[in-house]
Design a protein around this ligand. Structure first.
Ligand code: HEC
Ligand code: HEC
Ligand code: HEC
Ligand code: HEC
Ligand code: HEC
Length: 334
């Protein structure tokens, strides 16, 4: 799959310096990512466990990069390191360093003494994240260039979270109210646990078990799942004897005919994800045949790379994470 170049102009746009504080600046400071951690030990530790730190080295990224190498991948996966070879992912400098200055949402005297600083209010807005988390397909001939490959900002702007004044940072950069650099996502069980509310009812009738599923976005600011088109959630129901049914929540891509009625381009043809909170809910009905069961077990999992993804490059690297599970009694006479 080929990806669009980043809209990094937005992200890198320098802002007006704040009214200069009368503090003497240290000037000869190494603004590379390695140095930041010497003084900002907590931020460096939190960040080092995040997918941002692994955005380049991650084996899943490297597998796909090996099959579709493009300079544009660096725009989002390793913007600070333009030289070939090892890169440091989305490091401190990617978000914080411009023109020899450290960007911050506020400055302190101690900070001004440690390094030249500049206030950048954009650090607190979704636009800061959107430069990499909202983009269209690359013009590769087969994909429609007006189609979002990742659509997280647009989903966010439609959500209750955005209307309530939350930002991406509210949910992804706070630990008990304190700024955090862990950037929790698919690998964080607590983050997954707050994503959706699941309601399940099972009843017997007509020789089968009918399972009604309702899933609604909870403490989330976009669709579930969001981000890469690889991400896919699956809800499965199982009886003790092993009867099994499932459905998946994902964007489905396929060839579509353009407005000119002649050419074909890949676009989203169906979207079965849980919509952003405030824009609807997901309802599905599953049917099982099992005369002996009193209850069904259900499980909701988020697959970072599902088995259905491009077997050529990503076979064998599938990963899946538990979001929620439960057991529901079957209503009605056996
Ligand atoms: C020599 C030590 C040192 C180095 C190296 C350093 N900082 Fe700082 N930085 C400080 C101190 C001291 C403060 C004041 C606040 C604090 O104590 O955390 C600060 C504050 C900040 C702030 C918050 C603004 C404020 O004034 O509270 C940001 C953001 C920041 N630094 C980013 C960075 C980044 C990014 C790097 C690497 C490019 C870096 N720093 C390197 C010492 C350092
Ligand atoms: C993906 C972008 C991103 C990366 C990578 C990143 N930061 Fe930040 N950082 C931010 C944003 C955004 C804020 C402001 C958050 C807010 O106030 O809501 C921030 C805030 C800070 C602060 C101020 C904390 C406070 O309590 O106000 C420091 C210090 C800091 N970062 C240091 C670092 C260091 C050191 C690294 C690398 C180990 C790093 N950051 C990596 C985006 C980033
Ligand atoms: C109200 C809280 C909330 C807000 C606001 C929010 N998120 Fe999330 N986000 C979550 C939760 C919960 C998850 C975990 C579930 C999941 O992985 O989908 C998540 C997951 C993600 C993921 C992992 C991809 C995936 O779905 O597996 C990415 C990337 C992400 N968010 C980016 C963003 C960006 C960018 C913004 C702002 C435009 C944002 N989020 C705003 C709560 C929020
Ligand atoms: C320079 C580009 C860039 C910027 C800026 C950026 N991100 Fe990311 N982010 C990425 C990439 C690339 C990944 C995926 C790394 C991987 O999995 O290989 C990622 C991963 C994440 C994840 C983990 C997703 C998962 O599936 O678990 C979260 C959460 C996230 N970003 C939130 C944010 C937030 C919030 C901001 C703004 C404060 C932000 N990002 C800014 C490029 C960026
Ligand atoms: C405009 C920014 C952008 C560009 C350009 C980009 N990516 Fe990404 N990529 C992201 C973000 C953001 C994520 C994380 C989304 C999520 O967590 O769901 C990501 C995730 C991925 C993942 C999934 C990694 C994981 O952790 O599961 C792969 C693989 C990937 N990108 C490969 C590539 C390749 C190869 C290229 C170049 C052809 C590329 N990307 C170019 C922003 C970008």
């Amino acid at each position: 799959m080929r990806r669009a170049g980043a809209a990094l102009g937005l992200l890198l746009a320098a802002c007006e310096p704040a009214a200069a504080a009368q503090v003497e600046h240290a000037t000869a400071i190494d603004l590379s990512h390695v140095s930041c951690g010497e003084c900002h030990e907590r931020e460096a530790r939190e960040w080092s466990g995040s997918l941002h730190a692994r955005a380049w080295d991650d084996p899943i990224f490297q597998r796909e990069y090996a099959s579709t190498p493009s300079e544009s991948c660096r725009d989002c996966h390793a913007p600070s390191t333009s030289a070939p070879g090892r890169a440091t992912g989305i490091d401190c400098a990617t978000c914080h360093v411009r023109d020899g200055h450290v960007l911050a949402t506020r400055t302190s005297e101690a900070g001004e003494r440690a390094h030249p600083m500049r206030i950048d209010a954009a650090l607190q807005t979704p636009d800061h994240c959107a430069g990499c988390h909202q983009f269209a397909f690359m013009d590769d001939g087969s994909h429609a260039v007006d189609e979002a490959l990742q659509n997280t900002l647009v989903e966010f702007l439609a959500s209750d979270a955005s209307r309530d004044g939350a930002t991406c940072q509210t949910c992804h950069m706070r630990d008990e109210g304190v700024v955090s650099h862990r950037f929790p996502g698919v690998e964080d069980p607590e983050q997954l646990a707050r994503a959706v509310d699941v309601e399940i009812a099972a009843r017997r009738g007509g020789g089968r078990i009918t399972v009604d599923v309702r899933i609604e976005g909870a403490d989330i600011g976009h669709a579930f799942p969001t981000g890469d088109v690889f991400r896919r959630a699956e809800l499965s129901v199982t009886t003790p004897a092993g009867a099994h049914e499932a459905f998946s929540m994902q964007r489905w891509l396929g060839d579509t005919i353009d407005a000119d009625g002649a050419s074909l381009h890949v676009r989203t043809i169906d979207d079965s994800r849980v919509p952003p909170p405030g824009t609807g809910e997901l309802r599905e009905t599953l049917e099982l045949v099992d005369d002996g069961a009193d209850a069904i077990a259900w499980e909701l999992r988020l697959h970072r790379i599902p088995t259905t993804v491009d077997a050529r490059t990503l076979a064998g690297v599938t990963t899946s994470h538990l979001v929620a599970r439960g057991v529901v009694a079957i209503a009605g006479p056996r």
